[in-house]
Design a protein around this ligand. Structure first.
Ligand code: PMP
Length: 359
């Protein structure tokens, strides 16, 4: 068996130890005589999995008691609609536009009420975070939405923005669990699982309890946070296998020393890759240095006619999924928690060798 070094943006690499554990207990889950996929979500064995996963996530992220954690279906895209439906009920909503994913969140929210684009980095090709002094926040907005890490552009907010008393809603799909964060600064945090949490099909929503009480109109049951909270995320069948696998990832993260330790490793991984790119005339990263993502590192070859050769040779060297998003071209290395530092070192060595042979 050969496993490649996987730089996919998502669905993305999972820790090998997690996959091995899932394999070992696949056919007979902890003495039940069936796989975790084949059992009722309401039975004891699955309830234990579900509760442990939530507890471990609470420990990892230090989630305060006045927040509810939901394990839902529908992806981050489902939440693009759930957010205005649960929080706004026709009121104005503030959105910060920093790239492709905030753009999609905005487009969805516009179906449900007036959206105020507080700030946008569109004019500079989404290469930075708009200067805080220029933001046009509405103190009466239902909430402020932002995308802490733009997976496609590789643009990340260096800190949590201060938006006063208006609840802050964050699409953390591609940055959750990459380092410690202060959950108490947020009204809602949500993330599709398929980067740092587990397999696609699971969506994690962390919501401050007072926001469950907001007046809302008719919200589809599967997207109704208060209803799902009352039913422990089991109003309908939850994505049981994803929930289980996420639990294994949370255990693995705790064994690695938690988010403090992951954060240090992630910062070091990203710093060495950006440093190599910046010191080379052959590769370039277009993002302003203060807004560079720790998780998604796009890079462009000075001569784009070499793109195909780069990708073929990378594949042959066991470095997989480095093609940039179709909307921007070039390359992108996604270096989530499950991508070890040794894979980043191997990528840099490969890039240096390729540069030597082709520059
Ligand atoms: N937001 C961000 C930041 C993402 O990276 C993605 C997926 N790549 C999405 C939203 C959409 O997530 P999903 O496909 O789970 O709906």
């Amino acid at each position: 068996m050969t496993r490649v070094m996987n730089f996919s943006a998502g669905p993305a690499a999972l820790p090998q130890a997690v996959l091995e554990r899932a394999r070992d207990e696949l056919l007979d889950f902890r003495g039940s005589g069936m796989s975790v996929m084949e059992m009722s979500h309401r039975g004891k064995p699955f309830m234990a999995v579900a509760e442990k996963a939530e507890q471990d996530l609470r420990t990892l992220m230090d989630i305060p008691d006045n927040y509810t954690v939901l394990f839902l279906q529908g992806g981050a895209t489902g939440q693009f609609a759930a957010i205005p439906m649960n929080l706004a009920n026709g009121r104005g909503m503030d959105y910060i536009d920093t790239g492709a994913w905030s753009g999609k969140a905005i487009k969805e929210a516009q179906k449900y009420g007036p959206v105020n684009i507080v700030a946008s980095s569109q004019a500079s090709g989404y290469d930075s975070i708009p200067d805080r002094a220029s933001w046009n926040l509405d103190p009466n907005a239902a909430y402020v939405h932002y995308t802490p890490n733009e997976t496609i552009g590789g643009v990340e907010f260096p800190e949590i923005p201060d938006v006063g008393d208006v609840p802050l809603v964050a699409d953390m799909s591609s940055t959750i669990l990459s380092r410690p964060i202060d959950v108490s600064k947020f009204g809602v945090i949500y993330a599709g699982a398929q980067k740092n949490i587990g397999p696609a099909g699971l969506t994690v929503v962390i919501v401050r309890n007072d926001l469950l009480e907001r007046d809302k109109g008719n919200v589809p049951a599967v997207l109704d946070w208060a209803l799902q909270a009352k039913n422990d995320s089991m109003y309908n069948t939850p994505p049981t296998f994803g929930w289980y696998l996420a639990g294994l990832v949370f255990e693995w993260l705790l064994e690695q020393g938690g988010l403090e330790s992951m954060g240090k490793t992630n910062q070091r991984k990203a710093a060495k890759l950006y440093q190599y790119i910046d010191n080379s005339a052959f590769y370039r990263n277009p993002v302003e240095p203060t807004a560079r993502s720790w998780m998604n590192v796009p890079f462009i070859l000075a001569d784009d006619s070499l793109d195909g050769t780069f990708l073929n040779e990378a594949d042959a060297a066991g470095l997989s999924s480095l093609k940039g998003h179709r909307s921007v071209g070039g390359m992108r290395a996604s270096i989530y928690n499950a991508v070890p530092e040794s894979s980043v070192d191997a990528l840099i060595d490969f890039m240096a060798d390729f540069e030597n042979r082709h520059a």
